[in-house]
Design a protein around this ligand. Structure first.
Ligand SMILES: [Zn+2]
Length: 288
C-alpha cells in the first residue's frame, strides 16, 4: 500500500513536470526573446545532442545503456555531416560520457545561432505484470517489454491524446539536476491550472520541425524499421530551442533485437545514414 502510494505520488509529480514543461514551451514560444536566429533559409550550423550522459544513464538494455548508444550514433552522424556536406558545421552538446542538464543542451544551440537542434535517444517500453511475492500475495511490478519495437521522432508541442510515457521518462533527467527549480524558471509543480492555454500554444518552428522529423521517419522506413510516427510532445530538451528541433528515438533498447541492432556497426551505420539523408533532404528543401 505504502509503495503504491509512493509510486502514485512519483507518477503525479512527474506528470506535473510534464505540465510545467508545457508552460515553459508556451512562455518561451511567445517570448519576444525567441526571435529566429536564422530565417530558416539555410542550414549551416547543426547541434547534435546525445541524450543523457554521466550519472544519467537513460534507459538500460540487457547489455548497454542509452547514453552510450546515443553518443556513438551522434559522433558518427556529426563526422558524416562534416565530411560529406561542405559548409556544414557540427557542434556536439557532449563528446564524452558527461552529465549535462537538459536546459544547457538547447542553450548550446541558441548560443551558437544553430539552424538545427537534433537530440538522439533510445526508447524503452515497460509493462506492468502481476507476480507473486515471497508472502504469496500478488503484486504489480514493472518489467521491460521486449516485444515493443520501432522508431519515433518528437517535436515540442502538446499532445492530449498520446501517451506521455516518453515525456515522463525523458524529462525525468531534470530530477537528477541539483537546482532544477531554479533552472526551470522556479515553476510550481503543484499548479497545473494553466493546462487549458496549452491548446493555444504556437511553436514558430513547428512546421520545420515536423518536416525534419517526417524526413527521419521516412528514412527509417526505407531501412525497414518500425514506424511509430512523428508526435508532438512536451519535452524539456526541445522547449527552449530557438530553431527547428527534434528528438529522435532510434529504437527500443528494451527489445533485445533492437538493442543488438543499435550496438552493431551495421545498425549504427544504417541509423546514421537515415538521419544524414533526412537532414540533407531538409537542407535541400529549405535552401531551394
Ligand atoms: Zn532518452
Amino acid at each position: 500500500m505504502t509503495r503504491n502510494l509512493t509510486v502514485n505520488l512519483t507518477v503525479k509529480k512527474l506528470s506535473l513536470f510534464v505540465i510545467t514543461i508545457f508552460t515553459l514551451c508556451l512562455t518561451l514560444s511567445l517570448s519576444p526573446k525567441q526571435e529566429p536566429h536564422s530565417s530558416i533559409q539555410r542550414v549551416r550550423t547543426i547541434v547534435l545532442d546525445a541524450g543523457h550522459g554521466g550519472h544519467d544513464y537513460g534507459a538500460r538494455g540487457r547489455q548497454s545503456n542509452e547514453k552510450d548508444v546515443a553518443l556513438s550514433v551522434a559522433l558518427k552522424l556529426g563526422k558524416k555531416l562534416e565530411d560529406e556536406i561542405p559548409g556544414v558545421r557540427v557542434i556536439f552538446t557532449r563528446k564524452t560520457d558527461v552529465f549535462i542538464p537538459l536546459y544547457e543542451r538547447p542553450a548550446v544551440a541558441n548560443n551558437n545561432k544553430a539552424d538545427l537542434f537534433i537530440s538522439i535517444h533510445c526508447n524503452s517500453a515497460d509493462s506492468d505484470r502481476r507476480v507473486k511475492n515471497k508472502k504469496g500475495r500478488y503484486v504489480t511490478t514493472t518489467v521491460k517489454n521486449p516485444s515493443v519495437r520501432g522508431t519515433e521522432t518528437f517535436v515540442c508541442g502538446f499532445n492530449r491524446l498520446g501517451s506521455q510515457d516518453v515525456a515522463i521518462r525523458e524529462n525525468a533527467s531534470i530530477l537528477l539536476e541539483e537546482n532544477y527549480k531554479e533552472n526551470y524558471g522556479g515553476f510550481d509543480p503543484k499548479d497545473p491550472s494553466s493546462m487549458i492555454v496549452f491548446q493555444l500554444m504556437k511553436n514558430q518552428y513547428r512546421r520545420e520541425s515536423i518536416k525534419l522529423a517526417s524526413n527521419m521517419q521516412d528514412e527509417y522506413v526505407k531501412s525497414s524499421r518500425g514506424n511509430r510516427g512523428v508526435q508532438e510532445l512536451s519535452l524539456a530538451v526541445l522547449a527552449t530551442a530557438g530553431m527547428p528541433s527534434v528528438l529522435t528515438e532510434i529504437g527500443f533498447i528494451s527489445s533485445p533485437d533492437e538493442e543488438d541492432y543499435m550496438l552493431s556497426s551495421n545498425g549504427q551505420n544504417e541509423i546514421v545514414t537515415n538521419l544524414f539523408n533526412a537532414i540533407k533532404s531538409y537542407k535541400t528543401a529549405v535552401e531551394r
